[in-house]
Ligand binder design. Structure first.
Ligand code: ATP
Length: 316
């Protein structure tokens, strides 16, 4: 595999109309979850990617597996749990530019992942291990599983890419979230926080200060996401701002950060210059916001190239 990722995927229910969810009468069902969104993004860009998880032995678990298989994601290391359900969540578009999520995932099959569910050889053979700050929030055993996977990756020289994906709703205490995420960042090679996450971890500082704090902790590449404005990247040798791609109307913002991670990983896998890899990440993030659904808007290679070339033509 080029990339192996670990996390929970859910059935996502969205009312078919904008407004308060209590008034909704019909819903669409799609599949979402940060890590499996990244997996779909990478597969659509032509990379080999595996997703490690647990799903319930129920209709939603089967829907997740068939969706991911259909997208070309390797699910051979996903287990089915007959005793716990697949998690679900609801995505309310309360009004334009106000999207909210409500989770029903406590005690889910994925929250029962343990280090014994990991196949060390599978992780050892990947080029990158992608992890997020969501998985350790699900349960203590999930936290142990993520740290065990990171230890396996390090033992075998597999690079670790960490996206904090702070979801305070999932943590009992904010201080605990901070402590665990700082530990994860310190053990990762590439760290991808958004501005709000960097501010949560280090307090209000300049982007440059956040970048150097994370480099000092041991990362070799730090990318700080600025939503519509794009991203800054930092290495020990270089710092650069890479502008985003303007989107006329955001249809669904969920999944932009995951698209960004998929685009960046794709660029790193292909040995692009960092500026170009971050540009690809920005392009994938922007394209994801133009489509309803968490993973549904992940673009194919042609879509990304078209957007980037359009920018070049506009500039020249
Ligand atoms: P998520 O809610 O998915 O976790 P995040 O906070 O990790 O998001 P954002 O900064 O919101 O990440 O978005 C990630 C990237 O997606 C941005 O750096 C940018 O490249 C792109 N992006 C997000 N929103 C927009 C937008 N409105 N217009 C253009 N590009 C966008």
């Amino acid at each position: 595999m080029d990339v192996v990722t670990i996390g929970e995927s859910m059935a996502v229910f969205t009312p078919t109309s904008v407004g308060l969810m209590r008034q909704a009468t019909t819903f669409t069902m799609r599949i979402g979850g940060a890590e499996s969104n990244v997996a779909v993004g990478l597969a659509r860009l032509g990379h080999r990617v595996g997703w490690i998880s647990k799903v319930g032995s129920d209709e939603f678990g089967k829907a997740i597996l068939s969706f991911l298989k259909g997208e070309g994601v390797d699910v051979s290391r996903v287990k089915m749990d007959g005793e716990a359900p697949t998690g679900i969540y609801f995505k309310e578009q309360r009004r334009l530019n106000d999207t909210r999520v409500y989770y029903y995932r406590k005690g889910s099959a994925a929250s029962r992942l343990t280090p014994a569910d990991l196949d060390e050889k599978y992780i050892a053979e990947a080029k990158y291990l992608h992890i997020t700050g969501i998985t350790p929030a699900l349960s203590e055993n999930c936290r142990d599983t993520v740290f065990a996977a990171m230890a396996m990756a390090r033992r075998h020289g597999v690079k670790i890419v960490f996206d904090p994906n702070l979801r305070l709703k999932l943590w009992n205490e904010a201080d605990r979230a901070k402590e665990v995420m700082l530990r994860m960042a310190a053990e990762s090679d590439v760290v991808l926080p958004g501005e709000a996450e960097a501010s949560f971890l280090f307090g209000k500082q300049s982007v440059e200060e956040w970048g150097s704090r994370l480099l000092d902790m041991g990362a070799s590449l730090v990318v700080i996401k600025l939503g519509a404005n794009g991203a800054h990247y930092f290495t020990n040798a270089h710092h650069e701002y890479v502008p985003g791609f303007p989107v006329e109307r955001v249809i669904d913002p969920v999944g932009a950060g995951d698209g960004f991670a998929a685009g960046l990983l794709s660029g790193l896998l292909e040995g692009l210059r960092l500026t170009e890899a971050v540009q690809r990440a920005n392009a994938v993030g922007a394209l994801v916001t133009m489509v309803e659904g968490d993973a549904d808007g992940m673009p194919e290679r042609d879509d990304v190239e078209r957007l980037i070339n359009q920018r070049r033509e506009d500039v020249t």
